[in-house]
Design a protein around this ligand. Sequence first.
Ligand code: CP
Ligand code: NVA
Length: 335
Amino acid sequence: MTNKSSFWNTTETSAGTLPSPAESLAGRDLCSIADFSTIEVEAVMKLAHAVKAEPGKYRWALDAKQMVMFFEKASLRTRLTFEAAINTLGGNAIFVDQTQSPLGERESLADMARNLERWVSVIVLRTYAHETITEMAQYAACPVINALSDLEHPCQALADFLTLEERFGSAKELKFTYVGDGNNVCHSLMLIAAQLGAHCTVGSPKNYAPKADIVAQARAIANETGGSIALVNDPIVAVKDADAVYTDVCTSMGFEHEVTKRAPIFKPYQVNEQLMANAAPHAVFMHCLPAHRNAEVTDAILDGPQSVVFEQAENRMHAQKALLLLLLGGTNNVR
Ligand code: CP
Ligand code: NVA
């Protein structure tokens, strides 16, 4: 039995003893990646690397813990990686397909929360409205995790920066470029890039830039960490000398009716060999998946040697194992 203090030590400062990230994250929600401080994001990363290296050590750390997942939208990676994560930590997943009726319709989110907290240790939500997640988090006594909303996709961002840390050693001062729609994935990536001191450039068409309040939030964080956030319209300028080039679909779930309108607007932002040639020669290509092949990215790039998309997909599981361990206090139960 290993005590958590062997993983995380408390920090002595002139102000006294600060809680270790394991203590400060226990019981918390993850609605936005900005809910966590830089030190807490770094703690998730550190534990994710450790869990990936030695999964057997954590095999029963969440023994018999119950995790419920309500998904209003389709999912392959998020559902499967959360289920695999909790199952291999000794816990259990209960999946509820919520695609046919929005959460809060049959009974209020507050009443749902007051039921769920008596049965399960964590609630994982994939929703249209971000407010559905924040409202559930407000009422539930147990942690609530955002598994994608219209505003953010924080679990994706954790896995993506885990992938970058594996490849480059550290995200600090990394030139990270996102091209395409300033959407949920883009928002969480900007925030985590800022938290980890990366230089993040977003290249998006006019009217499809990330939300101004998230940009301001990311810039405020970057001011503290030495990172930076730049917004441009020109995709070639965005990609210039980048260490990592990331894109996502032009039409997220819920925006499918805009496919025809958006296709010509996003055409110049397609990540193809010509655009990728502007990045650093060692640059990696990233995508959260699912990809619309030969729309936002060509087959040649997605299947090419620079692509790390399946490493990202694998790392969803390792990052979420670390997240669940920290939120559910599982670092106390490592053998
Ligand atoms: N990247 C991601 O969240 O994939 P799914 O929509 O398949 O869960
Ligand atoms: N931006 C995409 C991400 C899917 C994982 C969406 O919301 O549909």
